[in-house]
Ligand binder design. Sequence first.
Ligand code: F6P
Length: 322
Amino acid sequence: IKTIGILTSGGDAPGMNAAIRAVTRAGIYNGFEIKAVYRGYDGLITDDIKPFTTENVSGIIGQGGTILKTARSKGFATVEGRKTAYDNLVKEGIDALVVIGGNGSLTGAMKFAQEHDFCCIGLPGTIDNDLYGTDSTIGYDTTMNTIVECVDRIRDTAQSHERIFFVEVMGRDAGFLAQNSAIASGAEAAIIPEDSTDVDQLARFMERGIRKSKRSCIVIVSESPKCGAMYYADRVRKEFPDYDVRVSILGHLQRGGRPSARDRILASSTGVGAVEAIMQGQRNIMVGVRNNEVVYVPLSEAIRSDKPFDRKLIKVLDELSI
Ligand code: F6P
């Protein structure tokens, strides 16, 4: 392998730039040429590809977003799109591809690798922390800190007005962001997909708070197309008409901002790990970190939808929110 291509795909995540920098620098350090692919898999299809030097990645370690741009490519979801992408990779002389992205992006990488017998290496780039086989994903720590900062602010106004706030956070189908940011911000409850929360349960919890004369309360709700923060707020308004209920949907501000030190380190060590993997002849794996060790996880395993959720965290929040 002489030339490594690199792209970011799917939702951007703080730390993606640190990962681009790490792959570029480690690649050049070890004698590879690096080619940057713009706009995710779309750039493979449109041949939006440029050679990268160490200068291209100067000063980006602390920047949020991704200098390569990103996309949720519809074209790459088709057999024809992937064939065009392969032809362009061959034309560009790229013999290994590093994909920084989440579940959908690594699923695309796995399909492509199988169809075209191509060396694909994934880096876990998503705020959702939903990739199997790695303790954390690039962007997750920064986003959690952003949520906690927001909830600290919301608490000021919640306490002043004695209101109940339902704060909706991202995470797609996973509740890692909701559960852990609830613990870290001292929220009273979290509603997550991993644990069924019915309105009766929530009502009992609110009554407990009221008995203890807690007049304000913050519930973190993991986003869900069926029942997000609005749904629970409406139900609680019905059960407790005397309570002043508000909803705050944090939205895309959760994806922006300077990456935390933790995310920069994760991106740097997995980026170096990706280049090492290529040198060792590894193929079709994601580079993750478990117990502070860089690990290689088969792509087919990384995209599993059942990443273990530590249920002890539910108890931690419950006990501390009395
Ligand atoms: O996967 C990252 C993520 O931010 C999810 O938490 C969220 O559900 C989704 O992307 C939002 O995607 P978009 O920016 O395309 O609306």
